[in-house]
Design a protein around this ligand. Structure first.
Ligand SMILES: [Zn+2]
Length: 140
């Protein structure tokens, strides 16, 4: 994010809204030759007019390329109290289904039926969904 970058640079000047010039940390830069631009989606474009590679510039600040992208949005449920009743019912049905998947899996393992990679993946998915639902107060 731009707010992680700017404090680490020297001679930062804003040329216009969402645009800055700064001393490039990747080469001996006497006159600011690094331009930064914040895009509407949160990405940051950086360019050194002395042609330093973008990777070298972020590495010189002890960062990696992720700093140029906005934080990824995790998939989240809306808060339970903001949900309509039918939606809560749908989530409860989902809890039931995910639990059923776990019960069936346990029963099969108990009978010595070997699980496949796809089974295990689905079980992990069921567990994380149940955890997410529980975090949001949706249980049976
Ligand atoms: Zn440079």
């Amino acid at each position: 994010m731009i707010t992680d970058l700017l404090p680490l640079l020297r001679q930062v000047k804003s040329s216009r809204a969402g645009q800055w010039m700064a001393a490039c940390p990747a080469h001996h830069d006497r006159h600011p030759s690094l331009s930064l631009r914040l895009l509407a989606d949160g990405r940051v474009l950086i360019k050194c007019w002395a042609d330093c590679a973008v990777q070298d510039i972020v590495a010189a600040m002890g960062l990696d390329m992720r700093v140029l992208f906005p934080p990824t949005r995790e998939w989240t449920f809306p808060k339970r109290n903001t949900l309509p009743q039918w939606r809560i019912q749908a989530l409860r049905d989902m809890v039931q289904l995910e639990r059923l998947i776990l019960i069936l899996f346990r029963a099969r393992v108990g009978r010595g039926i070997l699980s496949t990679a796809a089974d295990r993946k689905r079980v992990l998915q069921a567990i994380s969904r149940l955890e997410l639902l529980a975090e949001h107060g949706v249980t049976l």
